[in-house]
Write a protein that binds this ligand. Sequence first.
Ligand SMILES: [Zn+2]
Length: 161
Amino acid sequence: MLTKEIILNYLEAVTDPEIPVLTIQDMGIIRDIKILGEDAVEIFITPTYSGCPAMSAIATNIRLELISRGVSNVKISEQLSPAWTTDWMSEAGKTKLNAYGIAPPQYRTKQNPENEQDVVVPCPLCNSTNTTLLSQFGSTACKALYKCKDCLEPFDYFKCH
Ligand SMILES: [Zn+2]
């Protein structure tokens, strides 16, 4: 008998194509799982950034992983509301992201919640908060490019969303 727990366990093996250290569960994109039959499930996922081309790759990876486990009928449905937010990223995921060299999303300051420039982003390499925004867009649209003024290394910051 398939259960949600078994499926969740299988899905631990599915990682984000852009950030291979993060599982899709670290990303918080799995919203729900419905068992439809002995070898059939429906997985509800919420896309992260709409500009991210990774979602179709993620859906394919989910399908391949489950098929390899004998779950041959996998329906993947996108749940667009409520929209994904970086708050859904797990703490373990944020820690892994930082260790990978990408600064995890930070909460914006309360005084100026709309101002991305107001966010203090610690350097993932040396932990210094003496960092500066170089570009709103890093290696992908979901990330901004920062530079550390202490160790002088540029790094990606996974933007709040
Ligand atoms: Zn640094």
